[in-house]
Write a protein that binds this ligand. Structure first.
Ligand code: GRF
Length: 216
């Protein structure tokens, strides 16, 4: 099977990028990272990519007179590298509707909650304030509205009595690192397809059954 070419967009530390780098290095993984773009020059994720021998590009949004021009520069870099799937991994810029439409069903994001709950920022603080017992993370195709779009994979994480936003973020992040490569693999294998407003998945093993918190 031909390898799906990924373009990963980052702004920061890039631990999800690292999870994708590690997955792509494994035998028979059906995708490879063709390009990493950061809008922040000093992003630690850039070093992760360089270490792995991946082509990197800094496209600093502050050097563009409009969002449209910045998006255009990102899109043309992705096209130059023949990218088939764009992966947002801690990319802190809102992309224009024109960009998202151009990459429709070929651009995905990871968000640290069980969408559609807890869209936006400061997720773990809000999860704790709301007193929910189970949270998690989501990989989804993106739409112009923030944190909207067909869901590909979710991972559930119990909220513990003594959790702080930091401890919870850490446990959710570990699951993010599992579900992002999984979502990429399902797309690359042609198993995760958008039909209407949702992703159609073949019957896949859903693991060990329900996660109860507290358990019974
Ligand atoms: C992750 O929590 C991800 O869910 C969110 O931004 C964070 C990025 O972290 N979209 P990293 O840069 O991948 O470590």
């Amino acid at each position: 099977m031909a390898s799906l070419k990924l373009g990963v967009l980052i702004s920061g530390r890039g631990t999800n990028l690292q999870a994708l780098i590690d997955a792509c290095a494994a035998d028979a993984f059906p995708a490879e990272i063709a390009l990493v773009v950061s809008n922040v020059g000093g992003a630690a994720g850039l070093e992760r990519a360089r270490k792995a021998g991946i082509h990197t590009l800094v496209i600093d949004h502050r050097e563009f007179e409009s969002r449209a021009k910045f998006d255009e520069a990102v899109a043309s870099a992705l096209e130059t590298h023949d990218v088939g799937l764009v992966c947002l991994a801690g990319f802190l810029r809102i992309l224009s509707k024109a960009f998202v439409d151009r990459w429709r069903d070929r651009i995905i994001n990871i968000h640290p909650s069980l969408l559609p709950a807890f869209k936006g920022l400061h997720v773990h603080e809000r999860v704790l304030e709301a007193g929910v017992r189970i949270t998690g993370c989501t990989v989804h195709f993106i739409r112009p509205e923030m944190d909207e779009g067909p869901i590909i994979v979710q991972g559930a994480v119990p909220v513990l009595a003594d959790d702080t936003p930091e401890t919870l973020a850490g446990r959710v992040l570990e699951v993010e690192h599992r579900i992002y490569p999984l979502a990429v693999r399902l797309i690359a294998e042609g198993k995760a397809r958008v039909v209407g407003d949702i992703v159609n998945l073949p019957a896949l093993d859903a693991g060990d059954g329900p996660l109860l918190n507290p358990g019974d």
